[in-house]
Unconditional design. Structure first.
Length: 326
C-alpha cells in the first residue's frame, strides 16, 4: 500500500495541521510505503521572502520528525528536489479545465479581494494532483479542507486514463474521525489557518506553554454551560474535539467526564491537555532543528528514493501522451 501526503513549508504550523496532517502521517507510515513531501513549489503561489522560505523548509523537516515520522520507515523529501512534480503538473494542467479549477473553494478564498492573483494559485490543484498521482498512491491522509482537491485529483486521473490508457491509480483520502476541521478559537465558524484565521485563535505547534494557555483560555465559547457538542455551538464543539485529539479520548467520553462542570474548568483542562501534547514536540523540534546536516541528509536520501518512483510514472505518462523518448 502506498501512502502520500504533502504540506506547505510556509505559515506557522498549527493545531489544525497537527490534527489533519502530522498525527495522521505518523499513524499511516505503518500502513505501507509512505511518502511525505514538503511542498515548496506550492508555497510560491503567493509571494514569499526567499530566505524565510529556505528556513521554513528546514523548520518543517524538523517538525515532521518531531511529530513522529521515522526516516527509516517514511520517505521525507522536498518537492522542488524531484523535478517530476513540476513536469507532471504540466500534463495534468492540460487535462484540467478552466471551469473546474475556477470552482475550487481554496482558490476562491485565497483570491478573494486581491488585486492580483498568480496563475500558479489558479493551477495549484493540478500540481497537487501530480504530487499524488506520480506515486501511484492508494491513501492520502489529509484534513477536510483538502477534500475538493482530492476529488479533483481523482477526476483528472480518470480523465487521463480514459484518454490515454491506464496510467494513474485512483487515490483515496483518509480523514481523521475527529478533528478533520479544527476551527479558529476566536472565530469558530472559520477553520484554523495561518493565512485566513486570527492570530489569537490559531494554536501554534511551536507556541510556548504560556501562549498556548492564554489562547485556549480566551477561546470564544457560546452562551451556555454544558460541555456538549452541537451544531449551533461551534466554539465548545471545537474545544471538545481538540481535547479529543490531544488526549486520544472520544468526544463522548469527554462530554461524560465534564457533565455539569461548566466551561471555565473545562477550558483550563483543554489548555493543559494541549500543553501536554505540544510541549514535548516543541522541545524535540528544537533539538532536531539544531542539527542541519542531519536534516539535509534525510531530505537528500528522501528525494533520491522519491525520484525513482516518480520518474517511472512520468516516463509512462510521457509515452502515453505521445512524446518521443529522448
Ligand atoms: P496545508 O499545507 O495547508 O495543510 C497541511 C495539512 O493540514 C491539514 N489542515 C487541517 N486539518 C484540520 N483542521 C484544520 N484547520 C487544518 N488546516 C490544515 C490539511 O488538510 C493538510 O492535510 N494543498 C495542501 C498541500 C499538498 C498536498 C499535496 C496534500 C500539496 N500536495 C498532496 C496532500 C497530497 C495544503 O495546502 O495543505
Amino acid at each position: 500500500m502506498r501512502i502520500f501526503s504533502g504540506i506547505q513549508p510556509t505559515g506557522a504550523k498549527h493545531f489544525g495541521n497537527y490534527s489533519g496532517g502530522f498525527r495522521q502521517y505518523a499513524a499511516t507510515q505503518d500502513l505501507g510505503d509512505a511518502f511525505f513531501c514538503i511542498v515548496d513549489l506550492h508555497s510560491i503561489t503567493t509571494p514569499q521572502d526567499p530566505e524565510a522560505l529556505r528556513e521554513a523548509t528546514l523548520d518543517l523537516a524538523a517538525i515532521l520528525l518531531a511529530t513522529g515520522l521515522d526516516p527509516e520507515r517514511s520517505t521525507i523529501f522536498v518537492q522542488s528536489h524531484v523535478s517530476e512534480h513540476a513536469e507532471c503538473a504540466w500534463l495534468l494542467g492540460c487535462i484540467a479545465t478552466f471551469g473546474e479549477l475556477r470552482r475550487m473553494t481554496q482558490f476562491k478564498d485565497k483570491s478573494q479581494g486581491k488585486d492580483s492573483v498568480s496563475a500558479g494559485l489558479f493551477t495549484y490543484p493540478a500540481l497537487m494532483a501530480a504530487d499524488i498521482l506520480l506515486y501511484q498512491t492508494d491513501k492520502v491522509p489529509i484534513g477536510d479542507d483538502q477534500r475538493q482537491h482530492l476529488e479533483l485529483t481523482r477526476n483528472l486521473a480518470e480523465r487521463f486514463n480514459s484518454r490515454y490508457g491506464e496510467t494513474f491509480k485512483l487515490p483515496e483520502a483518509i480523514y481523521p474521525e475527529v478533528g478533520a476541521r479544527v476551527m479558529d478559537l476566536q472565530e469558530p465558524d472559520r477553520k484554523m489557518s495561518t493565512t485566513g484565521g486570527t492570530p489569537q485563535g490559531t494554536v501554534g505547534l511551536l507556541d510556548p506553554p504560556d501562549t498556548l494557555r492564554r489562547k485556549v483560555r480566551s477561546a470564544v465559547t457560546d452562551s451556555g454551560k454544558e460541555v456538549r457538542r452541537s451544531e449551533d455551538k461551534p466554539g465548545i464543539t471545537n474545544l471538545i474535539d481538540m481535547m479529543a485529539v490531544a488526549t486520544g479520548s472520544t468526544p463522548e467520553e469527554i462530554e461524560a467526564r465534564y457533565d455539569g462542570t461548566g466551561y471555565g474548568k473545562f477550558k483550563e483542562d483543554v489548555a493543559e491537555a494541549v500543553v501536554a501534547l505540544l510541549d514535548p514536540i516543541r522541545l524535540r523540534y528544537g533539538e532536531l532543528r539544531a542539527n542541519q546536516p542531519v536534516l539535509r541528509a534525510i531530505l537528500a536520501e528522501g528525494a533520491a528514493k522519491a525520484e525513482l518512483i516518480a520518474a517511472e510514472t512520468l516516463d509512462v505518462a510521457y509515452e502515453r501522451v505521445g512524446f518521443v523518448a529522448p
